[in-house]
Design a protein around this ligand. Structure first.
Ligand code: ZN
Ligand code: ZN
Length: 131
């Protein structure tokens, strides 16, 4: 079996960086009000990776976590505030916002759109087939 690709990303200022070498899991869109309020964006693109293959590599270490709901924490850079990840209690994967990847073209969020009907009605989202 081929070695999995390495994905790297981080926040706007570079204080929080990450690296993961694993197959992406469940790349999808979400338009729930939590994602919207947290990021300021009408829709977020997410991808999961196993925590076992994941590491924080930037000078600030891991992001600052905010408990956004009973079972979920969301992580932002403590310096610039950049939105990076979500962690569900007891879950084996970390969820990353695809926009934080250095090369967001590598992962296409084509496995569904959670809370699609919660998006602003003027917002049309389409995941194209291009690379
Ligand atoms: Zn930052
Ligand atoms: Zn959401």
């Amino acid at each position: 079996m081929a070695k999995p690709k390495t994905y790297e990303g981080g926040c706007l200022c570079g204080a929080v960086r990450y690296r993961v070498a694993a197959e992406p899991v469940f790349p999808h869109l979400c338009s729930c009000s939590q994602c919207r309020k947290w990021s300021g964006a009408p829709t977020l693109a997410w991808v999961e990776f196993p925590l076992s293959a994941f590491e924080w590599t930037g000078p600030a270490g891991p992001p600052r976590l905010h408990r956004s709901s009973a079972k979920t924490q969301r992580g932002n850079c403590p310096e610039c505030g950049g939105a990076l990840c979500a962690l569900d209690d007891g879950y084996e994967n970390i969820s990353l916002v695809i926009g934080s990847l250095d090369r967001p073209n590598l992962i296409k969020p084509d496995q569904g759109h959670s809370y699609r009907s919660a998006r602003p009605k003027w917002w049309r989202v389409e995941v194209g087939t291009g690379r």
